[in-house]
Design a protein around this ligand. Structure first.
Ligand SMILES: Nc1ncnc2c1ncn2[C@@H]1O[C@H](COP(=O)(O)OP(=O)(O)O)[C@@H](O)[C@H]1O
Ligand SMILES: [Mg+2]
Length: 228
């Protein structure tokens, strides 16, 4: 019998859980958990100002860290323009979120895939649609979010950058909290401010900023809590 080889993941929290970077993700996890004691955060959106700032990588590592703490975690790839979570987890993109939107496909048949990380499952993007913002703003999307919440302790949503297209802002108002990834070497200050304004406009609950790509000894990722 030939067994499918397990995908090898290039995620630091999987390959090197004792590294300082993985430790920083555990600090991020703790900070998120403490940021909302009264109202548990079940749905969190991760976005950034521009492409390539590391939001999908940060989200995947955060998801692994959450799953490692025993939380049943689902990653939902809502970047319907440049999805990458299926690649990060070595899985297929043939079925996913957009497949759940076509016709009256029953939720129970949803193609949520297991990853090699215990407690962590992936809803890939599915085939790319011509109208991502419209889909993400639809009533059906609200139903899908409710379904995913039912399936897990925590759902992390990947999304396109918030400045260029409205997708992330549309989703931001439907989730419990939003994390903004800022790249220390890249993100322009005024764009970060604009991103925050856009999130405020839709009444998003901005949990804080994840500062990625920081050249500090023993720490590549830092998290600043508060409304910064
Ligand atoms: N802290 C980091 N150090 C080095 N490379 C990084 C870091 N964060 C992200 N990357 C790399 O940068 C590229 C873009 O990251 P990605 O997470 O896809 O960004 P986004 O989702 O914001 O477009 C990827 O090749 C990723 O591996
Ligand atoms: Mg991405």
């Amino acid at each position: 019998m030939v067994e499918e080889p397990l995908p090898r993941l290039n995620l630091v929290t999987v390959t090197n859980p004792r590294s300082p970077v993985s430790e920083a993700f555990r600090t991020l996890r703790t900070n998120i958990q403490f940021s909302s004691l009264d109202r548990p955060l079940k749905t969190i959106l991760v976005t950034s100002t521009d492409p390539g700032e590391g939001k999908s990588t940060v989200l995947a590592n955060l998801a692994v860290t959450m799953a490692q703490s025993g939380l049943r975690t689902v990653v939902a790839d809502c970047d319907l323009r440049r999805p990458s979570q299926h690649q990060l987890f070595g899985l297929s993109n043939i079925n996913g979120l957009t497949s759940m939107m076509v016709g009256n496909a029953p939720m129970e048949g949803a193609s949520i895939q297991d990853t090699i990380v215990p407690n962590l499952r992936l809803l890939a993007s599915g085939p790319l649609p011509p109208n991502p913002s419209e889909l993400l703003g639809s009533r059906r999307m609200g139903e899908i979010i409710a379904f995913l919440k039912d399936q897990a302790d925590l759902v992390l949503f990947d999304a396109p950058p918030i400045i260029a297209v409205t997708d992330a802002a549309v989703l931001a108002s439907k989730v419990d909290g939003v994390l903004l990834v800022v790249n220390a070497g890249k993100t322009k200050r005024d764009l970060a401010r604009r991103a925050k304004l856009l999130l405020d406009k839709v009444n998003a609950n901005v949990l804080g900023v994840v500062l990625n790509n920081v050249k500090l000894e023993a720490s590549l990722y830092r998290y600043y809590a508060g409304q910064g």
